[in-house]
Design a protein around this ligand. Structure first.
Ligand code: GAR
Length: 202
């Protein structure tokens, strides 16, 4: 019998966000990470899941697109919410219909800028630096059937200095993700006030 609210994390790569979410909710009796599903066989997130003792399953991109298959997998883990943490595949309409307003994504820029197909990870930071922006940040939003599109729930900012590169910007973004993403998930699910960022990080 599970009284906790159960989240399934969907990831494609390294999994630093997935790890931070798992560690944040460990020992809390409100929300628990039910599983990590990943769609790239060699994703390092699988190793992290194993180390953290969280059930993890490889689900091929094709299986993700098969509505009955993916529904079955999510039902097996009794997932109430889906959290996309570096998940680089469009979420199929059938899943969105199954989880209305229950799917959150993190994007490493201030949407609606620097979003859309192909805008992920380092590509985002290179575009931001290439355009000489003076700030960037993170966006947590609800997922609909367009890339990086649904209702924005939270943003946090960082300054960009003239010496910043895509790599140093990526580090600042990781700090923001680590600081805010798990508590934004918690606030949304438990209907608590969202965290507030007092100042953009330098
Ligand atoms: C994160 O920076 C996340 O914001 C980004 O991918 C990275 C995954 O890192 N997501 C996107 O670009 C989605 N469009 P991680 O695997 O170490 O958590």
């Amino acid at each position: 019998m599970h009284s906790n609210i159960r989240i399934a994390i969907l990831a494609s790569g390294n999994g630093t966000n997935a790890q931070q979410i798992v560690e944040y909710f460990q020992g809390k009796d409100t929300i628990e990470v039910a599983c990590i599903l990943y769609n790239r066989k060699d994703a390092f997130v699988a190793t992290r899941a194993q180390r953290l003792g969280v059930p993890a399953q490889y689900v091929s991109p094709a299986t993700f697109r098969q509505s009955t298959e993916i529904a079955k997998i999510l039902d097996t883990f009794m997932a109430d919410y889906l959290i996309l943490a570096g998940f680089l595949q469009l979420v199929p309409t059938s899943i969105i219909a199954q989880y209305p307003s229950h799917i959150l994504n993190i994007h490493p820029a201030l949407l609606p800028n620097y979003g859309g197909k192909g805008m992920y990870g380092h590509h985002v930071h290179e575009a931001v630096i290439g355009n000489h922006e003076v700030e960037s940040g993170i966006t947590v939003h609800l997922v609909d059937d367009h890339y990086d599109h649904g209702q924005i729930l939270f943003q946090a900012r960082c300054k960009i200095t003239p010496t910043d590169t895509a790599d140093t910007l990526a580090e600042k973004i990781h700090v923001l993700e680590k600081t805010y993403f798990p508590s934004v998930i918690e606030s949304y699910i438990l209907h608590l006030p969202m965290p507030v960022q007092e100042h953009p990080i330098e």
